[in-house]
Design a protein around this ligand. Structure first.
Ligand code: XIL
Length: 301
């Protein structure tokens, strides 16, 4: 399954307030279709990657129209062709200290907390067959911050279910980190079960792990990276509601972590399943092993 890393974000799609440029995502969809791949839509509403014109153009009186028009235009263009849409990205951020746990984004400031629901309803009205995903970071670790993110996410999803807001799945980004040893498989699985109990699916949408704090030695580093992938995916895949696993990139030749989490010793990062020459790494085999060890899903839809 292919996912555009930036090509469907506002900054890429919206050169000016009244123009859309679909060249890159159209190319990707065509590539996917010609190669038997599915494609995900990422992402319709986010606080990052907003175009330069956004702050001076979008105000409280036009924000809802601009957001809805964007969703309608993009979702209708690809209706029936996208596996699932990340409708709202990283909506929860307990570090912003709101009681509902919502992130204090430009959208929230313009439209209030209802913007999340509005985005989902607009996407569903445009393509009623689409799988709509709330995609969220900081859900993985046994830390107070991630625990608060899990709780706020569950509260939002429960409210959405009660109010029949069309959200079909939770995307768990899964940007793991070498800086955080506190992963608790049972606690994480318990969270997944609570999401599954709402009749929602779960996607692992952006799996990777930075190697900043891991040894310089390549064999040693590859081994620990592989172990972390295996530990995490074994826990995640034990929950049958988890229907997809996507890594954020495939090869170390091209990963956002080279820029976002570079190593202090300046060695190239080794964070994905393939090395920079597209050779299999231990991480690939660890992911395969976790998938092989996962409970059978063939009897499910
Ligand atoms: C990242 C891309 O990988 C980078 O190339 C870009 O510069 C910034 O965004 N969470 C998300 C993704 O949902 O869209 C982000 O992707 C990584 C964090």
């Amino acid at each position: 399954m292919l996912v555009p890393e930036s090509e469907m974000k506002w900054a890429s799609l919206r050169p000016t307030p009244d123009k859309y440029d679909f060249t890159a995502p159209d190319w990707m969809l065509n590539f996917a279709q010609n190669n038997g791949l599915l494609m995900r839509g990422h992402t319709l509403v986010w606080h990052e990657a907003l175009p330069k014109w956004f702050p001076e153009t979008v105000i409280t009186t036009n924000a809802e129209r601009i957001m809805s028009e964007h969703i309608t235009t993009v979702v209708s263009r690809y209706a029936g062709k996208i596996h699932s849409w990340d409708v709202v990205n990283e909506a929860i951020n307990p570090w912003d200290k709101r009681s509902d746990g919502l992130r204090n984004t430009p959208w929230l400031k313009l439209l209030g907390p209802k913007y999340v629901e509005t985005a989902f309803r607009t996407a569903a009205a445009t393509d009623p067959g689409a799988m709509l995903v709330l995609n969220q970071n900081h859900l993985e670790y046994d830390t107070p911050g991630d625990e608060a993110t899990r709780n706020a996410t569950l509260n939002l999803l429960r409210r959405f279910k009660k109010d029949r807001v069309p959200v079909h799945a939770l995307g768990i980004e899964s940007h793991l980190t070498s800086s955080e040893p506190r992963f608790n498989a049972n606690r994480f699985r318990n969270f997944l079960k609570q999401v599954a109990d709402l009749d929602m699916k779960i996607l692992i949408t952006e799996l990777d792990i930075d190697d900043q704090k891991f040894a310089a030695d390549i064999a040693e580093r590859d081994k620990i990276v592989a172990e972390k992938y295996h530990e995490y995916l074994s826990a995640a895949l034990s929950e049958p509601a988890v229907i997809s696993v996507l890594t954020w990139g495939l090869s170390d030749r091209s990963t956002w972590l080279s820029g976002y989490k570079p190593r202090e010793d300046k060695l190239p990062v080794r964070v994905l399943p393939f090395d920079s020459n597209l050779n299999y790494k231990p991480a690939f085999h660890a992911i395969a092993k976790a998938i092989d060890g996962a409970p059978d899903r063939t009897r499910q839809r």
